[in-house]
Design a protein around this ligand. Structure first.
Ligand code: BDR
Ligand code: CA
Length: 310
């Protein structure tokens, strides 16, 4: 089987870890690199967590590169109330003994994109700072990347402000540069990721596997359980697994072509992903697909299969 080359850019928090675990078990994918960025947690934590999670799932061979420790222009923010002080809800796993990469994320991504000659799919599942820097420093990268499968944004609503989703709100100027770059974008925003949740039965089943990887799931998700209970949600959203599982199973997801740009000037709308999907006015340059729906059962079954396999 010809594997699809994939790069994952992550701010390694709790649902990022689920996405890395799941990605590591998808035989359709070849994970050719991972980069870390500040977001859910500090760059230091995100870098360490990505390395340690990959080591836990037996993939020390995947190289992890350090990226930006803060947004391009605005002050950084984290989400310790959901992802804990270490990004993994306080869960502790063995430290990876893989050699530490020092090359910067944007340079490593550029070199890899050149190597794969327009075939590389990049999945940013944190703030878009590293991707924006890669585009600024290496403008021809836009022709080397096949598509960006982004977890971020929302056509309707937000989760941090009424208009903005966390990853975009963390670094709206970076997000705007990425959405303007012309690279083909598949956007997995809250419109779809709020439908991609593990319910209580799914969670119990994963915990019941009792292996080291499902123990990490149990120990890292407890703040999310509390957060979710406060909001009366039906389950835990696996935002970051959406763009990853889409690569292997595009038929599980529904989306629509549109143009999307990011509001960087507004006060109450700061960080909003603004789409022309439902309006008479259409942007001239429309190179995005916004995902709106997912087959939740198939999606969650595949995540459970990943955890069962360890
Ligand atoms: C996104 O923000 C983070 O909390 C998650 O890891 C996900 O990438 C959801 O808004
Ligand atoms: Ca994330």
């Amino acid at each position: 089987m010809n594997k699809i080359p994939v790069w994952i850019d992550t701010d390694t928090g709790v649902d990022d870890a689920v996405a890395l675990v799941t990605a590591s078990t998808l035989e359709e994918l070849e994970i050719v690199g991972v980069s870390a960025v500040a977001g859910n947690t500090s760059l230091e934590n995100a870098f360490r967590n990505a390395r340690d999670v990959l080591s836990l799932v037996g993939r020390k061979d995947i190289r992890v590169y350090p990226g930006a420790d803060r947004p391009l222009i605005i002050e950084g923010r984290t989400a310790a109330y959901v992802h804990g002080n270490n990004g993994l809800g306080g869960a502790e796993i063995p430290l990876s003994d893989a050699p530490q990469e020092t090359k910067k994320a944007w340079d490593a991504l550029y070199e890899t994109a050149q190597q794969y000659k327009g075939e590389l799919i990049v999945c940013p599942i944190g703030p878009l700072t590293n991707i924006a820097i890669a585009i600024a420093n290496h403008p021809d990268i836009v022709d080397c990347i096949k598509e960006l499968n982004i977890m971020g944004g929302a056509l309707i609503g937000g989760n941090i402000t009424p208009c903005a989703e966390f990853n975009i709100l963390c670094d709206p100027q970076a997000a705007e540069a990425v959405f303007r770059s012309g690279i083909r974008i598949n956007m997995f925003g809250l419109d779809v990721t709020h439908k991609a949740f593990l319910n209580d039965d799914d969670i119990d089943e994963i915990i019941s596997y009792g292996n080291m990887v499902s123990d990490l799931f149990r120990d890292s998700n407890h703040l999310l359980y509390e957060y979710r209970a406060q909001l009366h949600w039906e389950g835990i959203c696996e935002h970051d697994s959406c763009p990853i599982l889409y690569i292997a199973h595009p038929d599980w997801f529904e989306g629509q072509e549109c143009g999307i740009y990011v509001e960087t000037q507004g006060t109450i709308s700061f960080g909003k992903t603004v789409s022309d999907l439902w309006t008479d006015y259409k942007y001239e340059d429309r190179h995005c697909k916004a995902f709106l729906n997912v087959d939740r059962v198939k999606f969650t079954e595949r995540i459970k299969e990943a955890y069962r396999s360890f």
